[in-house]
Design a protein around this ligand. Structure first.
Ligand code: PGA
Length: 254
C-alpha cells in the first residue's frame, strides 16, 4: 500500500513571523486532533526551512520540504540551492517540476531529471509534479502528455531510485484557479500514471508509489478526491496557508 501524504506548497508566501505562526497554529491544531498515520510535509520557502523544521521536530509525522533545488551539484551557480545544502539542513523532501517552475522559469524535463538525480543521491525524496495545460486537455491528448512527462524524467530511473519518488498530478488549469478536475478526470489520470509505473517497474512498485492530486483542493472537496482509487493524498497550495483549512484537509484522508 502506498503511503498517504498531504503536502503543503506555500509557494512564495509568508515572511518569517507568519511562517512560524502558521506552523505553530498547524501543530497546535494537529495535537488536539487524534493524529492519523498520514505523512504531512510542509514545503516552505528556503529561508524558513530550518526554523519550520525545528518547530516540527517534536512530531513524528510532520516533515519539511523545499520547493525546488538546483540541477547542479555545486559551484558557480549564483542564487541556486543544491541538494547538498538541503541535506546539510536535514531536509528530506523537495518539490521538483512544479508547473510554475516549468512555465515561469523554463525548466525542461531534462533539467528536472537532473534535479531528481541530485535529490535521490542526497537521500531527499522528490515530489515530482506532472500535469497538462488546458490546450492539451481540450485536444484529449492529456494522458499521453503526462505519461511522456514521466517517461522523460522519473521513468528513466532504475527501480531502486524510482522507489524514492512521490508523484503529484496537477492539471495546470486547476492550479490556483478554483477549478478542480472532476472525479472522473482524476481517476483516469491517476490510473494511467499507476499503469505506466507498473509497465516499467512491476505491480509491487506501482502499488507502493504515492500519487498525489493537486489543483484547488480545499477542505470542502478534499474527502471526495482522497477517497478516489489511486489517489494517495494531495499537494495543497492556497488552502495550506490557513492552519484550520489545512488541518481539515489533513483530516479528510482516511
Ligand atoms: P492550489 O495549488 O492548491 O492553490 O491550486 C496547488 C499547487 O500549485 O501545488
Amino acid at each position: 500500500m502506498a503511503q498517504n501524504i498531504i503536502a503543503a506548497n506555500w509557494k512564495m508566501n509568508n515572511d518569517e513571523y507568519s511562517s512560524k505562526k502558521l506552523t505553530y497554529d498547524f501543530l497546535k491544531l494537529l495535537d488536539r486532533k487524534n493524529d492519523n498515520k498520514t505523512l504531512k510535509i510542509l514545503c516552505v520557502p528556503y529561508p524558513f526551512l530550518s526554523s519550520v523544521d525545528n518547530m516540527c521536530s517534536g512530531t513524528d509525522s510532520v516533515f519539511v520540504g523545499a520547493q525546488n533545488c538546483s540541477s547542479f551539484e555545486q559551484g558557480a551557480f549564483t542564487g541556486e540551492v543544491s541538494t547538498l545544502m538541503l541535506k546539510s539542513l536535514g531536509i528530506k523532501y523537495v518539490i521538483i517540476g512544479h508547473s510554475e517552475r516549468r512555465e515561469l522559469f523554463s525548466e525542461k524535463n531534462e533539467d528536472l531529471l537532473n534535479k531528481i538525480i541530485q535529490s535521490i543521491e542526497k537521500e531527499i525524496y522528490p515530489i515530482f509534479c506532472c500535469g497538462e495545460p488546458l490546450s492539451i486537455r481540450n485536444k484529449s491528448t492529456h494522458v499521453d502528455y503526462v505519461l511522456n512527462q514521466l517517461q522523460e524524467t522519473v521513468l528513466k530511473l532504475n527501480k531502486e531510485s524510482f522507489k524514492k519518488v512521490i508523484i503529484a498530478y496537477e492539471p495546470i488549469w486547476a492550479i490556483g484557479s478554483g477549478k478542480t478536475a472532476s472525479n472522473e478526470d482524476i481517476k483516469e489520470m491517476h490510473g494511467a500514471i499507476r499503469g505506466g509505473i507498473k509497465n516499467k517497474y512491476g505491480s509491487s512498485v506501482s502499488k507502493n508509489t504515492s500519487i498525489l492530486y493537486g489543483g484547488s483542493v480545499k477542505a470542502l472537496n478534499a474527502k471526495d478526491i482522497f477517497d478516489l482509487e489511486d489517489v494517495d493524498g494531495g499537494l495543497i497550495g492556497g488552502a495550506s496557508l490557513e492552519a484550520q483549512e489545512f488541518i481539515d484537509i489533513v483530516n479528510s484522508i482516511s
